[in-house]
Design a protein around this ligand. Structure first.
Ligand code: ADE
Ligand code: ZN
Length: 339
């Protein structure tokens, strides 16, 4: 099969993105533009120098640069522009539905009001739905390197926006910050009617995945790679059809894996895990949805049937209604038949 034919197939597939940090879509060009209009400086001379700094040995090295980049976001319009730029980009890639994370504490800790963050992102998402036809959900993530009191304060700030935030999540520095640290605040979020998701098993051990399931009562595991160390856990994840939101290029850039050829996707599919493909922080890791799909396709020699399966899993694992899921699954099936 020709590369161009598979690339066109990936492009044409309707796709969903379920693991995406909006702050991780901050492209260097936009970063410099927003820094300039806010009279702020970035400690890099230009876009090229900044891009050269994007070389990471682990999650923490990436997070240090990611938080520094996000520090130029101050006004509501900054959050709008960031989100709008992401939506126009993925619209070109035929992404139909997004469930995106935002990290309020990254901004409120710098005295940016919660409502600026919330309103800027949300207005762009609404415009994206109207103008680009991309449906959406918003997930508020707690930073796990901060304490639970800070997460509680953030949850309080989110309560007036309950109708606009579907779930709470957990991200940032994983090692040493297990899900159990946030048990109480997740319990409160559940009582308030939020769904819960959590990053677990990216760098952290399989025990963190058990904790996310049993203590935080998550409906999705973000990453979850380390489940493969634990056969009991694999069995449970498969039985429950618990979605894993995998991020291949992120895992490669953060040295979770050495080479995409070693990506354990096929092994996970053989275990009947509900695996989805996502981009995590595309501005930092060299690609959006198509590039992630193409990266694993090349490395693992995936067939169109397998690629279609992955796209279908994205819809199955989403918060879309059963009716919408069905419509997208049929569309993918039809595309596969005609290819
Ligand atoms: N925040 C942004 N990207 C992240 C990742 N891959 N893991 C944990 N926290 C993050
Ligand atoms: Zn992530």
């Amino acid at each position: 099969m020709k590369d161009t034919s598979i690339q066109a197939f990936i492009q044409d597939l309707p796709k969903t993105e379920l693991h995406l940090h909006i702050e991780g879509t901050f492209e260097p060009e936009l970063m410099f533009k927003i820094a300039k209009r806010n009279n702020l400086t970035i400690p890099y001379a230009d876009v090229d120098e900044l891009k050269r700094a994007y070389s990471f040995n682990n999650l923490q090295e990436f997070l240090d640069i990611y938080y520094a980049g996000a520090s130029v976001l101050i006004k509501e319009e900054d959050f709008y522009d960031l989100t709008w730029a992401y939506l126009t980009k993925v619209h070109e890639q035929n992404v139909k539905h997004v469930e995106i994370f935002f990290d309020p504490q990254t901004h409120t800790d710098r005295d940016v009001p919660f409502e600026f963050v919330m309103n800027g992102i949300y207005r762009a998402l609404e415009d994206g739905e109207k103008q680009l036809g991309i449906s959406f959900k918003l997930i508020m993530s707690f930073l796990r390197h901060l304490d639970e009191a800070s997460a509680f304060k953030t949850l309080e700030q989110a309560l007036p926006y309950k109708d606009k935030i579907v779930a709470v999540g957990l991200d940032s520095s994983e090692l040493g910050n297990p899900p159990s640290k946030f048990k109480k605040v997740f319990q409160k979020a559940l009582e308030e009617g939020f769904l819960t998701v959590a990053h677990a098993g990216e760098e952290g051990p399989s025990e963190y995945i058990w904790e996310a399931l049993d203590l935080l009562k998550v409906t999705r595991i973000d990453h979850g790679n380390r489940c493969l160390d634990d056969s009991k856990l694999i069995k449970r994840l498969a039985e429950e059809q618990m979605p894993l939101t995998l991020c291949p290029l992120s895992n490669l850039e953060l040295k979770v894996i050495k080479d995409l050829k070693e990506y354990p996707l096929l092994k996970m599919m053989e275990h009947n895990l509900l695996v989805t493909i996502n981009s995590d922080d595309p501005a930092y890791f060299g690609g959006y949805m198509n590039e992630n799909f193409w990266g694993i396709t090349k490395a693992l020699n995936l067939s169109k049937t397998q690629i279609a399966e992955l796209a279908k899993n994205g819809f199955k694992a989403s918060c879309l209604s059963d009716e919408k899921k069905e419509a997208y699954l049929n569309e993918i099936e039809l595309l596969l038949e005609n290819n």
